[in-house]
Write a protein that binds this ligand. Sequence first.
Ligand SMILES: *Cc1c(COP(=O)(O)O)cnc(C)c1O
Length: 399
Amino acid sequence: MTKKSEGGPAHPPLKPATRLATSGRDAGANHGFVNPPVHHASTVLYPTAEDFLARRARYLYGRRGTPTSEALENALRALEGPACAGVALLPSGLAAISTALLAVLNAGDHLLVTDSAYQPTRRFCDNVLRRYGIATTYYDPLIGGDIAALMQPNTRAVFMEAPGSLSFEIQDVPAIAAAAHAAGALVLMDNTWATSLYFPAFDKGVDLSIQAGTKYIGGHSDVMLGTVSANQAAWERLRDTVHTLGLCVGPDDIYLGLRGLRTMGVRLAQHHQAGLKVARWLAERPEIARVLHPALESCPGHAIWRRDFSGASGLFSIVFKPVAQGAVNAFVNELSLFGIGPSWGGFESLAIPFDCTSIRTATKWAPGGPTVRLHIGLEDVDDLIGDLERGFAAFAAAR
Ligand SMILES: *Cc1c(COP(=O)(O)O)cnc(C)c1O
């Protein structure tokens, strides 16, 4: 029985907004306070020698979990839904990706990774996994069920990222997952863009769903955090790998993740609305050839986004009509409400020029003009559009 003071989700299935507010809370254990304490902890004291020898304790050691880490893990798990068997916290999104891959692969295995994957993910596969005898083949993100033809007898994992965080192709996750499972491979997905709120990864066939908690979970550009949620098929291996590698997250960063998570729903709704408004405005501009936003028809895989996703976040790209890079740089430099910098998912808007040409190996990156990625933050959307308008004036002066 869940006591009223414990505040846990007593009647599943509760809607996501309710789960965001209630999950992972245990007021009974916190003297009635709404939020858990931040446990700075290493040693746990056991009552007797017998208890110590039998490791008979609720918590074993700081690295193995505290009430603070459990609160965030439980909250994320409730958000993922009943197919989620457990959540691991990692010190960054990239650590979450590398740990999830290490958990499911052995020497001699073969791995399939989308050509649109986050570049440091590729670096981990091409350097570290390769040194340990694991071969990676990159595939066209739009391959769908045809990925079956790329399966080798030793293919043990298929890695997806939908959409790609620069190029925004939406992958057919259910079709790719079905082909992977038919060949005996596990399915991993970087779900940072949509989060578990807008893409229910486990319902679509994913076994390990990864998020850079640095982005929308944290939401304020002040924390590095990664999460891996696993279903029953993958959880034991994931948990064992995290413990064996000795990975854990500092309590203040976990607390910031939990604090950010409580407001992620309302923030994402605003990122969605404002992002879409700016994307539609940009699509009408004469300087712009194409807007790569999954909710617009000009984005590869848009029909699949409509079928499988329940929302869009604030990150998308624009393709300029052919023009010198100097004019594009002048556009970005003129913006005062958009900062120039890596990462995204915070409350602030960002703009960066990028080029995927040297990153791709399975597909050719040929958007037809220079590209800029935008993150639409929580500023007033009309102010953002005004800023972009001034950017286009500087662009016109520089071209
Ligand atoms: C930022 C990012 C990561 C890495 O997260 P960090 O916390 O910066 O290590 C992984 N995947 C995607 C799609 C990202 O945007």
